[in-house]
Write a protein that binds this ligand. Structure first.
Ligand code: AP5
Ligand code: MG
Length: 214
């Protein structure tokens, strides 16, 4: 299955992609994670991406599309993949359609005012790449899964978060209409919260995503 997770920063795309990709046995491809790895390895792509990411802006379409095209050509993508954080503009979506049309696009929505607390409290493991909220770990420096060191992402500062939310509404939210028009959009339904079902317990969101794909 070729799947896309759409949603604002902090909606839980990465959190849900971990479980859903292993459930569906397809690779989890996060363009944000790919850029962070490129920055760590000081590659030319990483150096270029860093200044956009630090400002909460999108990396130019041409850079992202070339990176994704290369990744999707790898053998582990032959039976499908889960794209997290791509596409993020209509131009990227059109470029993806030329590579391979997605089977389904899951939209995870959470109101902006809830996203700030999620993102400022997020910690990521430098060893296993797991994502946690500070309120859910015993020690905010130690990964509860593998014991690795937890760190805070450079773009999880309030001013940058506010830019990222603005960019989402302006440049990425139009993809909801784009994929609805193509009949690919899946909205999750947890029950209690019309439109903002992503603002529910992570376990309930996970079940709702699987149900939306049936
Ligand atoms: P990227 O890494 O993709 O960041 P993002 O889209 O801003 O999304 P996040 O990773 O911040 O949020 P998420 O939805 O994955 O939430 P998470 O599961 O971590 O991109 C970073 C940057 O790279 C971009 O700004 C851009 O510069 C560049 N970039 C990447 N792709 C690009 C592209 N295609 N084009 C151009 N530029 C691109 O959860 C967040 C927090 O909430 C965690 O603490 C988690 O524990 C908690 N949480 C999760 N689910 C729940 C729940 N149900 N209830 C309560 N808390 C929850
Ligand atoms: Mg993420």
């Amino acid at each position: 299955m070729k799947l896309i997770f759409l949603g604002p920063p902090g909606a839980g795309k990465g959190t849900q992609a971990t479980g859903v990709s292993s459930h569906l046995r397809v690779p989890h491809i996060s363009t944000g994670d790919m850029f962070r790895a490129a920055i760590k390895n000081e590659t030319p792509t990483g150096l270029e991406a860093k200044r956009y990411m630090d400002a909460g802006q999108l990396v130019p379409d041409s850079v992202v599309v070339d990176m994704v095209r290369e990744r999707l050509a790898m053998p582990d993508c032959a039976n499908g993949y889960l794209l997290d954080g791509f596409p993020r503009t209509v131009e990227q979506a059109r470029a993806l359609d030329e590579i391979a049309t997605p089977d389904a696009v899951v939209d995870i929505e959470v109101p902006d005012e809830r996203l700030l607390a999620r993102l400022t409290g997020r910690r990521v493991c430098s060893k296993c790449n797991g994502t946690f909220h500070v309120s859910k770990v015993a020690d905010e420096k130690v990964c509860p899964v593998c014991g690795g060191e937890l760190y805070q992402r450079d773009d999880d500062k309030p001013a940058t978060i506010s830019n990222r939310l603005g960019v989402y509404h302006e440049q990425t939210a139009p993809l909801i209409g784009y994929y609805a028009g193509l009949g690919k959009l899946k909205r999750i339904d947890v029950g209690a919260l019309p439109l903002y079902d992503g603002d529910s317990r992570a376990e309930d969101v996970f079940q709702a995503i699987l149900a939306s794909l049936e």
